[in-house]
Design a protein around this ligand. Structure first.
Ligand SMILES: *Cc1c(COP(=O)(O)O)cnc(C)c1O
Length: 271
């Protein structure tokens, strides 16, 4: 063994040493910032949040979030409270919404401690946040998620309106955002988007003075009626094509390369 050259890991690279790696994933953070700016122009005058759930779609929230912040992003969406806690350490001033809502009364204190804003999407979520008090006068800020046709998460429109009327009297919690999620916005002609818009607009009447948000990446490229106060792109930030069947206006952020192990010539019929 004594004749072997020492192997010195390359400190510039994370993960496997590039000399040993079977592949390489390159994340272009300048392209990410350019995509944020393109979405900001597209959505204006609405603001643009950054959806960084699932570790920023696998690109590394710790790398992605500060770049978005520097590009002007002040509102972030994660899926899990743990992701929110990690993001809080990086972005002390950001508004951080947790899409999956509250994980029951035992989880609520973490939202208070790390100033995470739960996206409340069920009557259980609502009563849990109402009952939670880390301080009696605390405002309990949150978002209210209403399901307008995706059938995934959220209050029914009827539940949302009933909540708004009751909460206007009690003031138990402080909605900062009313939101819903589009199911088919990638197909610009899909009739469901218009129906979701109309349902959302009807619910908004009950939430006057509260910001609204409906559009994901694809929705940001529908007509301006869908933008409201805040759009919530994820995949387009990371270079994904927002509109099916149209050219992709986003810059490429992710490049995957793999080693070609060997190239061989084989005659027809050979195994
Ligand atoms: C994931 C998610 C987004 C972002 O969606 P993209 O299609 O990636 O832009 C926006 N809003 C909600 C509620 C989400 O769950």
């Amino acid at each position: 063994m004594s004749g072997w050259l020492p192997f010195e890991p390359d400190a510039l690279h994370e993960g496997a040493d590039p000399r040993l790696a079977g592949g390489r994933l390159t994340i272009d953070l300048a392209a990410l910032a350019a995509n944020y700016r393109l979405l900001a122009r597209q959505a204006a005058p609405a603001a643009v949040a950054g959806v960084v759930k699932a570790d920023a779609y696998g690109l590394g929230a710790g790398h992605v979030a500060p770049v978005l912040w520097d590009a002007g992003c002040r509102t972030f969406f994660v899926a899990l409270p743990e992701e929110g806690i990690a993001l809080r350490a990086i972005l002390p001033e950001a508004d951080i919404f947790v899409l999956n809502g509250l994980f029951g009364p035992e989880a609520a204190p973490a939202y208070g401690e790390y100033r995470l804003l739960p996206v409340l999407g069920s009557p259980t979520d609502l009563s849990c946040w109402e009952a939670f008090g880390w301080d009696d006068d605390a405002p309990r800020p949150c978002a209210i998620h209403v399901d307008t046709g995706m059938n995934r998460l959220g209050l029914t429109p009827e539940e949302a309106v009933a909540f708004a009327e009751e909460n206007a009297l009690t003031g138990a919690i402080t909605p900062r955002l009313l939101m819903s999620h589009l199911a088919c916005a990638g197909d610009p002609d899909h009739p469901l988007s218009r129906r979701q818009l109309e349902s959302f607009q009807a619910v908004r009447q009950a939430f006057s003075g509260i910001d609204s948000s409906l559009a994901n990446s694809s929705g940001t490229f529908l007509c301006a009626d869908f933008a409201f106060d805040l759009v919530r792109p994820g995949i387009a930030l990371y270079g994904g094509r927002p509109v099916n069947g149209a050219a992709n206006p986003m810059k490429t952020v992710v490049t995957a390369e793999a080693r070609v192990m060997q190239v061989r010539q084989a005659k027809a019929g050979e195994r």
